[in-house]
Design a protein around this ligand. Structure first.
Ligand code: NAD
Length: 392
């Protein structure tokens, strides 16, 4: 069938298998152009089908030569519906790994559940024995507990309402938006979903089953950003969850002898999750233009390649005074942020084309779903039914 992008709000409900494969292959090639990293050899990636988790898995496999097990939550094609982009990405990843004889298997299911944890542990026992790295890269809107309770995360400010500019990326209009503060309950639920509780559950489960290597490293991802995004992010409901994540990294390091828990603060990038946060997409379009002009713009794979090579496994972790890994170092450079602040003041509907990289935003957005990639014949008939080799 012919597959075209169909967007609804912040998401695209279709995905293109050939485009997704090209996207993955591009990331694999990028990693292979860089020196090999003396890093982990058996890696579990939780949230492995898109964004930072997929890039981590690619770097682990092709940069370190590691066997990987990925946990994803994606849907195969059915009837006239295409599979999700994460499904096609994972199919492509496993194909690339097989071509080089690198072990890769995937578990598709809810990472929050005990069943998926047990399935992964079973797979590690049979195939790998132990894992020496765990990447925790979930970005989830909700979390279902074993007793049936469902917690939802919200992207709101805290304290008082917050007003600032935002952009409607479709109409390219800049408008003011007021974000109401999250209630205490909403904050607590966001921490439940996006904080470190489930990360710790995974580490406990792996440790108790004897499948966590003695000197294993584990990393989860966060964002801090400049002050103008703080009310929505750092000081917002998601920021409260991230504080819990930092605390969890410390507790993991204390709890499991020899195991090191880290949080890497990554760059703001267009992913399915970041598109949903008010104000942040306008910041991203201003930032993209400035960083591209400065020649310092990076995507997920550039970030993860540098994380593994420079900051995690290049002779010991490089941490800031709070014990965090700062992959947002280039984004937060004074010369970049002073320009962002100056242009933020000037940005309005009549100046967006000049000050914002909206085309770059849309390019990243569509490419996440396998569209608008050079070299793909989108007029060609394509079979949407692509198996993930280890799942079928
Ligand atoms: P993403 O949406 O691209 O990827 C999230 C992954 O989690 C996907 O593979 C998805 O399938 C998986 N997932 C979601 N719910 C799941 C579930 N219940 N079970 C199993 N898998 C599930 O998101 P991303 O932007 O790569 O975010 C990953 C992490 O990086 C998050 O912690 C996020 O806060 C952080 N981060 C993102 C940015 C950014 O700008 N995008 C910046 C810094 C840090």
């Amino acid at each position: 069938m012919l597959i075209e992008p169909k967007t609804r709000g912040f998401i695209c409900t279709t995905a293109h298998p050939v485009g997704c494969e090209i996207n993955v292959r591009r990331q694999v090639s990028y990693v292979k152009e860089h020196p090999k990293v003396a890093g982990p050899k058996k890696v579990l990636v939780i949230g492995a089908s898109a964004g930072y988790g997929l890039a981590s898995r690619i770097e682990a496999a092709f940069g370190c030569g590691a066997a990987t097990i990925g946990v994803i939550f994606d849907k195969p094609a059915s009837g006239k519906r295409t599979a999700t982009a994460g499904w096609y990405n994972t199919a492509a990843f496993e194909k690339c790994a097989a071509e080089e004889g690198i072990y890769a298997k995937t578990v598709n299911g809810d990472a929050f559940s005990r069943e998926v944890k047990d399935e992964v542990i079973g797979l590690i026992k049979t195939d790998l024995g132990q894992v020496d790295m765990v990447v925790y890269s979930l970005a989830a809107p909700r979390r279902a507990m074993a007793d049936g309770t469902v917690y939802s995360s919200v992207l709101k400010t805290t304290g008082a309402p917050y007003t600032n500019k935002t952009i409607d990326l479709k109409s390219r209009q800049v408008e003011e938006v007021t974000i109401e503060p999250a209630s205490d309950e909403e904050i607590a639920h966001t921490v439940k979903v996006m904080g470190g509780e489930d990360w710790m559950d995974w580490m406990d489960a792996l440790h108790d089953a004897g499948v966590l290597a003695e000197k294993a490293v584990t990393v989860a991802y966060s964002y801090i950003g400049p002050e103008l995004t703080h009310p929505m992010y750092y000081d917002g409901s998601i920021g409260a969850a991230k504080q819990h994540l930092y605390e969890t990294a410390r507790r993991i390091t204390e709890k499991f002898d020899g195991v090191q828990g880290y949080v890497s603060v990554n760059k703001a990038l267009v992913t399915q999750s970041s598109a949903a946060i008010p104000i942040v997409p306008l910041y991203i379009t201003v930032l993209y233009r400035i960083m591209k002009k400065a020649g310092t713009h990076e995507g997920c794979i550039e970030q993860m390649e540098r994380l593994f090579r420079e900051k995690l496994f290049g002779g010991g972790p490089v941490l800031d005074e709070r014990g965090l890994i700062r992959m947002d170092d280039l984004e937060m450079k004074e010369e970049i942020q002073s320009q962002v602040a100056a242009e933020w003041e000037q940005v309005e509907s009549s100046t967006v084309e000049e000050l914002c990289d909206i085309d770059g935003y849309w390019e990243d957005f569509y490419q996440m779903f396998g569209f608008r990639l050079p070299g793909v014949d989108y007029a060609a008939d394509v079979d949407p039914d692509v198996p993930i080799p280890s799942i079928g």
